[in-house]
Design a protein around this ligand. Structure first.
Ligand code: NAD
Length: 289
């Protein structure tokens, strides 16, 4: 297939490279010259405008920072310049309301489109092991799967339009909550006189079992290895967790859901990021306790 890839940053760069490896012809566009230079090294054809990049393609994939940019790229540059019948896939993590609106606008322009956000960080993007959560009809999902598989460990049909973004925001809100809870439990265990490693051995096999404790233990030298063992460098930045929590709070407002723990987690990450810790792994909340 011929695929236009727009937004070749930390995530999109590796994703586009995996499409090239799978034998697709990939047309790349990004506002950053550095990102385009890296895309060229990975075998993408690089273009200076979106209309040039999308001309003659079978599919467009976007991996952009936020909903406002996604809306403007699609409405001002992709629609009308992309051939009729091409599939549009937005893999960015954006707010639910914008995701649904852009798909609706795409339909009005005669395109099939799906929201397809990902779980997995830069290593998974480079390694082709992302999990995609796809929102769209059965027919759109089947088309999307073919495009997404070379970049994926799993491609999951979440439901209709917007369901991919719903899955992503619920997953990451839950992740923030159990990460904070895990940090609190480890700190409490230690302060109350229980060896944290012994607490890990017990709770990771008891009902405290969760990914943050079992697989990404946020206390240095305890449990599973994680960015905690490396000064909280690398991993999943607290600023990105805060972005996802804010999207979840917006989604809760849009859908009328009550999320007191999600709100609390958002406040905790807000304070942590405002204190200058946005670049630290999200498990570094442990250091505040
Ligand atoms: P990034 O900032 O590294 O990349 C975004 C790219 O988009 C940049 O290269 C930027 O130049 C480009 N861009 C911005 N505006 C543009 C425009 N108008 N036209 C063309 N290109 C434009 O961000 P990232 O970490 O790659 O994240 C991308 C998306 O993936 C975000 O929605 C993020 O929430 C999501 N995500 C990130 C991670 C992660 O671990 N980094 C994990 C899962 C999902």
């Amino acid at each position: 297939m011929k695929i236009a890839f727009i937004g070749l940053g930390n995530m999109g760069g590796g994703m586009a490279a995996n499409l090239v490896k799978a034998g697709h012809a990939v047309n790349a566009f990004d506002l950053s010259g550095d990102a385009l230079a890296r895309a060229a090294e990975h075998g993408c054809a690089v273009f200076e405008t979106v209309p040039d990049a999308v001309a003659g393609v079978d599919a467009v994939v976007t991996m952009l920072p936020n909903g406002q940019i996604v809306r403007s790229v699609y409405t001002q540059e992709v629609f009308g310049n992309t051939p009729e019948g091409a599939l549009l896939l937005d893999c960015s993590t954006i707010d639910l309301a914008t995701a649904r609106e852009v798909v609706e606008l795409a339909r009005g322009e005669g395109y099939e489109m799906a929201d397809a956000p990902v779980s997995g960080g830069i290593a998974a993007a480079n390694g082709g092991t992302l999990t995609f959560m796809v929102g769209g009809s059965d027919a759109v999902f089947e088309r999307a799967r073919t495009v997404l598989e070379p970049m994926a460990k799993a491609v999951i049909h979440a439901g209709d339009t917007g369901a991919g973004q719903v899955a992503k925001m619920c997953n990451n809100m839950l992740l923030a909550i159990h990460m904070i809870g895990t940090c609190e439990a480890l700190a409490l265990a230690e302060k109350a006189g229980l060896d944290p490693q012994t607490f890990y051995e017990i709770s990771s096999k008891a009902t405290g079992y969760c990914w943050s404790l079992n697989d990404y233990t946020p206390m240095p030298g305890v449990g599973a290895s994680s960015p905690a063992d490396n000064g909280y460098e690398g991993g999943f930045a607290s600023a990105l967790m805060l972005k996802d929590l804010r999207l979840a709070m917006a989604g809760a407002e849009t859908s009328g859901a009550t999320v007191p723990m999600g709100e609390h987690a958002t406040r905790i990450y807000e304070a942590f990021v405002e204190a200058g810790n946005g670049g630290k792994d999200f498990g570094a909340i442990f250091t505040t306790l």
